[in-house]
Design a protein around this ligand. Sequence first.
Ligand code: ZN
Length: 157
Amino acid sequence: MNANTDSTAELRELYRELILDHARSPRNFGKLDGTTHRAEGINPLCGDKLKLYLCIDDEGRISDAAFEGSGCAISVASASLLTERVIGLDLDAALGIADSIVGSLTGRPGDEDAPDLGKLIALQGVREFPSRVKCATLAWHAMDAAIRQRGESVSTE
Ligand code: ZN
């Protein structure tokens, strides 16, 4: 037993609840009127496919976000959590969170100025299932591509 036992169990429980909740009833699911930026994400390993839509206003703020597509519970829940979190953020803040999420899921050492992830920290529960990490990062890669307008499609492979 070590001092982390409780928080690990809590994280696991939070992860399970969040994924189930958002996979069952995804937030901001569907097309988005007035989309200014979009990208498609594909994870061939699992068969996850999603389209991410953003409305970015003149001040460089994400005024709305939505997604559609199909995939496993983790990919859908992660996209749902993403849209919920980034609406209202400016682009730097949204990119910072995406970078921090992808970093924390892929085991990149955290950086001291990393933004507060709030409940998104629960996504780290996926690290127990290494083959599913790409399901969880897919939407965040797609958002990064959409904001940077690197073209229409990103693939985890
Ligand atoms: Zn998946």
